[in-house]
Write a protein that binds this ligand. Sequence first.
Ligand code: NDP
Length: 293
Amino acid sequence: MKSVKLNTGHSMPIIGLGTYLIKDKDTIMEVVRASLESGYRAFDTAELYENEHHLGEAFEKFLPQFKLKREDIFITSKLATNNQGAEKAPKAIQETLDNLRTPYLDLFLIHWPGVQDLNEDDPQNREIRTQSWKCMEQAHLNGKLRAIGVSNYTVKHLNEMLDPNSPYHCKVVPAVNQVEFHPYLYQKELLEYCNQKGIRLEAYSSLGSQKSQDLLKDEKVALIAKNHGKSVAQVLLRWAVQHEIIIIPKSSKADRVKDNIKIFDFELSSQDMETLDGLNKNLRYSWDPSKVF
Ligand code: NDP
């Protein structure tokens, strides 16, 4: 399985299973089984998804069946907006570890730059998320979080962490920034910024999220898919991988989970890539972090 190097030196599989909105235990069991069987070794969850405990149970059940150990898989979770800050973050990290039945996480992200119950333009957002980051740095130092990162951060949010002259400067550079990224939201500037700073970009909603079928029905993508004898979903995922972006497609259906990983046996031409890049219309299906202070 293709993987990428994080700035911690650890490897992260370039494809993982997204699990947002899969809460039902039987479905989790089935998709974890199907994903391990078809070669997935990474899983993306969050406190907010309310499925960490089912995933913990699924790993305990299925890893031995596939002759795998904890260290053979890569688990990501995220700090919820209502657990930001120096007081709540350490407890939330421990709860996530307990839920997932693991002594360490491979990657832990601040889910959102804002804090629950604060307005987007409230300057306290950046003070409180900096406190969260410092708690995560501590848990990183003591080995509970092998890598730490952020999600939904813009260049502004990242700059404030990386600038040595900023009062919000942080010691550890985020390993990953997980953001919405697909051909209708080709965030080129953010991708280039992250590449330059050694931060891996990870795409969510690669297939256009559960809210819309538009990307999956796009005629230009469908034509490229037809030319390669692949599905539209596989072309959308391959496009991100060829940009060296980590992907976490979500499906609650075992057959789709299996199809979504069959993207390493073909290559999009530079012309295909240009066509897909050219579909950008800055369209977001998910939350927009650009106004968070
Ligand atoms: P995706 O774009 O990955 O998937 C969208 C929908 O496509 C799914 O609901 C799925 O429906 C359907 N689908 C999956 N495979 C196929 C296929 N082969 N053909 C046709 N349809 C398919 O959506 P998400 O928004 O869930 O993003 C992926 C993951 O990213 C999340 O699950 C989560 O882990 C993470 N995420 C992170 C966010 C953040 O703020 N950090 C925000 C949103 C997501 P079905 O289940 O019916 O197959």
